[in-house]
Ligand binder design. Structure first.
Ligand code: PGA
Length: 247
């Protein structure tokens, strides 16, 4: 059976001492590993320490598209892999908007991660003005086409796709269940058209955008929703522990 996936995206939050406390608390939760994969994405600076201190699974919030070289401030897929990270987030909306990452760059990062055997969470989602125009499916379809649909069936089968409407991230506004289910089904159908049902069903499609303990259960039981990517609520032990028990 396909495992559900919960990612805790800590973004640029937590100082060392705060992180250690939260990590200790989260490490004590018993996650049903047969049904749920739980991955924490801490700031890159703490990635190595987290991996050494805890037996949880960790991922990087971003990578450079090259493996090494003169790219001050950046980290490569090979570096995060050698630190022991298993996953990477690629194309998060904050990277796309604040750091102006294009679909072309995101595609190169997808390849860098897979060439290094790091599993990836490919993020996509529309802004509010796209949603208001009613062109959100075209938008997401284009992000998929230009960022990830070049992959072979074998490679796409290992990927996770996170649908994160930009207007719902960190805003407290959650997409309603119909909006979530419609977009997830659309993503699944897009994958089926390109790769056939067996491969398409192996890809986990998760939702992100103001997920909290109050709405998680409802969201996670929708059709084609295989888990969530949690930002704000993942910084609080009680919220995270309730979220992890929503399955
Ligand atoms: P949020 O962030 O839960 O704070 O909305 C989600 C994300 O950015 O992945």
């Amino acid at each position: 059976m396909k495992k559900k996936f919960i990612g805790a995206n800590w973004k640029m939050n937590l100082l060392q001492a705060e992180l250690e406390v939260l990590l200790l608390e989260l490490s004590a939760i018993s996650v049903k590993k047969e049904v749920l994969e739980f991955v924490i994405f801490p700031s890159q600076i703490y990635l190595s320490d987290c991996i050494k201190q805890s037996n949880l699974t960790f991922g990087a919030q971003d990578i450079h598209s090259e493996n090494n070289g003169a790219f001050t401030g950046a980290v490569s897929a090979e570096q995060v892999k050698s630190a022991g990270a298993k996953f990477v987030l690629i194309g998060h909306s904050e990277r796309r908007t604040i750091f102006q990452e294009s679909n072309e760059l995101i595609k190169a990062k997808v390849d860098a991660a897979l060439n290094t055997s790091i599993e990836l969470v490919f993020c996509c989602g529309e802004s509010l003005d796209i949603r208001d125009k009613g062109t959100e499916k075209e938008w997401v379809s284009n992000q998929l086409k230009e960022g990830i649909l070049h992959l072979s069936a074998e490679k796409i089968g290992t990927c996770i796709i996170a649908y994160e409407p930009v207007w719902a991230i960190g805003t407290g506004k959650v997409a309603n269940t119909q909006q979530i289910e419609e977009m997830h089904t659309f993503i699944r159908e897009t994958l089926i058209k390109k790769y056939g049902p067996d491969i398409a069903l192996a890809v986990r499609i998760i939702y992100g955008g103001s997920c909290t303990p109050d709405n998680a259960k409802e969201i996670f039981t929708l059709n084609n929703v295989d888990g969530g990517l949690i930002g704000g609520a993942s910084l609080n032990f009680e919220s995270m522990s309730t979220l992890l028990n929503s399955f």
